[in-house]
Write a protein that binds this ligand. Structure first.
Ligand code: FSO
Ligand code: SF4
Length: 545
């Protein structure tokens, strides 16, 4: 077996990718990603010691967070970049180690704290010896990976918050604690299960700080109509999740004659008051991430990837792709960062001017912007609609989209939901039903889009508020059902966050994670009522009786 990765929903045969990722991740990159996580664990061991001495841990925290984020599904496919990151980590770890030694501190002795293979060949060999399968016990392996994947999602959200100048120390501390715990052979399944739940709690904190960062920087998302058509100007397409990149791109393209469109998870940028003022911020182009092969082709202009999800680009447009942050793909250019930390979009803007305007994909509009502030401003209307029976039930259908045919389930489920139900969504899962025209209930649209996957937090805020207004004791007494679609590790942290908030009976599809061992899955079923999905008709019957 040459590689082993089972971190996302599309793991081959529902088990693991062992030859090449279904996502396109080649074997060498998969193994180097394992080694990068192992290196980050070694840094974390030292960082925890440094914390005891109250040293500044910012460099270690940044390294750990970037490593977790860079190994998330579909973010970085670049072996050279992975190697450079590992080398950087080893140097950082060894500096910390020597400082700790000088201070007379305890030095961690785990192999992750001391291994040293600096050349490419040595690293490749080491990489195959530190993978997921090194943990023999299936349940321990499952729990360890559940923690690591939850931390990857947390790292992604916390990175975005930090880009806007917001940070949460407890979240950063826990990233090291959680990673170090996965190296500790003395921890049994019960202890690791407790850490999984702690991961969820810190996920809530990461999403909360990101929500604060977004809304304090750019205003509260508000009900917005987003244009789906195109204009006849050269343009840049921006995808991923980073709103700081979004802001800088809008600032630097203003007055240049170059338009800006969003793709996939960047669609919710249109909902923020701060971005609406830009006349050249035209609309959303296309659908969710996995359709990019077609849609990037017809866009004609340059594409900026701020985060995942990247699919292996075609030769016909890779020369138009630019990456930033932790993204990487061989042949994709990286946006330069100036000394003051600002991104320099000069090249991508000049590139856009040389290329034709986007080809039209569709006409029409989408309505979104129903994050907590907008929904709670409608609270009276919503509560009245629930109390007088106009709204029978809400369905949280947040999460991710993916390329497998079985995700048609979500389109059909949305279509077949009775007309007195409302869908609450966030993340790219919405593209399975957000263009269906499902109508409204007394002026409240039947699909309420809160925003990106991280804005799933908004849905929890709304649920907790409704519980309060309706005078209920338990969030599970609300007329809300959870039918969530997952794909990558940000959805893992959203799930763990919901569990830590006490939400029960979540249905997760299209398949349950391959990394849940039978026993770990049983715990989640028994304790939280987690379940997979059935057929649309069975599930509608289950939810609505
Ligand atoms: Fe989608 Fe990709 Fe946002 Fe994910 S674009 S799948 S959960 O990265 O992050 O929802
Ligand atoms: Fe396979 Fe998903 Fe891992 Fe890619 S990220 S190699 S598709 S399990």
């Amino acid at each position: 077996m040459s590689m082993f990765c089972y971190q996302c929903q599309e793991a081959a045969k529902g088990v693991a990718c062992t030859v090449r990722g279904v996502c396109g991740k080649p074997e060498d990159v998969a193994n180097l990603q394992d080694l990068l996580i192992y290196t980050a664990k070694g840094v974390a061991l030292h960082r925890l010691e440094a914390q005891k001495h109250q040293w500044d841990t910012a460099a270690a925290d940044k390294y750990i967070q970037d490593s977790l984020f860079a190994t998330i599904t579909n973010a970085n496919f670049d072996a050279d970049d992975m190697t450079a990151r590992i080398q950087e980590g080893l140097a950082l770890r060894d500096r910390l180690r020597s400082d700790l030694k000088q201070a007379g501190a305890d030095l961690p002795e785990h192999d992750a704290a001391v291994w040293a293979e600096q050349d490419k060949q040595g690293m490749a060999a080491k990489a195959t010896a530190v993978g997921i399968l090194q943990t023999d016990d299936q349940d321990i392996r499952s729990l360890r990976e559940l923690i690591v994947y939850g931390l990857k999602g947390t790292a992604a959200y916390h990175t975005h918050a930090q880009h806007l100048g917001y940070s949460n120390e407890a979240v950063l501390d826990f990233m090291s604690k959680g990673l170090a715990a996965t190296l500790d052979d003395s921890l049994d399944a019960d202890t690791l299960t407790g850490l999984v739940l702690e991961t969820g709690q810190h996920g809530v904190e990461a999403m909360a700080i990101l929500d604060k960062a977004h809304t304090e920087s750019y205003g509260n998302p508000e009900m917005t109509t987003v244009n789906l058509g195109v204009r006849n100007n050269p343009a840049i397409l921006i995808s991923g999740h980073d709103l700081k990149d979004m802001e800088q791109l809008l600032q630097q393209t203003e007055g240049t004659g170059v338009d800006v469109y969003t793709h996939s998870e960047m669609l919710p940028a249109h909902y923020y008051p701060a971005f609406k003022k830009y006349g050249h911020f035209v609309g959303n182009y296309g659908n969710s991430w996995w359709l990019q092969n077609r849609e990037f082709e017809s866009f004609n202009g340059p594409i900026l990837m701020t985060t995942n999800c990247i699919t292996p680009p075609k030769d016909s447009y890779i020369h138009r792709m630019y990456g930033t942050g932790v993204t990487g793909y061989p042949g994709m250019k990286q946006v330069p960062v100036k000394n003051d930390g600002r991104k320099d979009f000069t090249e991508i803007i000049a590139h856009a001017k040389r290329l034709p305007a986007p080809a039209s994909l569709e006409e029409g509009e989408l309505v979104g912007g129903f994050a907590h502030s907008q929904v709670l401003s409608l609270a009276d209307k919503v509560v009245e609609a629930v109390q007088n029976g106009a709204v029978r039930r809400f369905f949280v259908m947040a999460g991710c989209d993916g390329r497998m045919n079985d995700r048609q389930y979500y389109t059909e489920f949305a279509r077949k939901l009775p007309e007195d139900t409302i869908i609450l969504t966030a993340g790219c899962a919405k593209y399975r039903y957000n263009k269906l025209d499902l109508g409204d209930i007394g002026g409240i649209p039947r699909v309420l889009d809160a925003g990106q996957c991280n804005d799933s937090y908004s849905l929890a805020v709304v649920a907790l508020k409704l519980k309060e207004v309706l005078g209920l004791d338990d969030v599970n007494e609300l007329p809300i059902s959870y039918n969530i679609a997952w794909y990558e590790q940000k959805a893992v942290i959203v799930l763990l966050a919901l569990l830590s908030l006490g939400v029960k009976n979540i249905h997760l599809g299209p398949t349950l994670p391959a990394f849940l061992s039978e026993n770990v899955a049983h715990v989640l079923v028994d304790k939280f009522g987690l379940s997979g999905i059935g057929t649309v008709d069975e599930d509608l019957q289950y939810f609505l009786g």
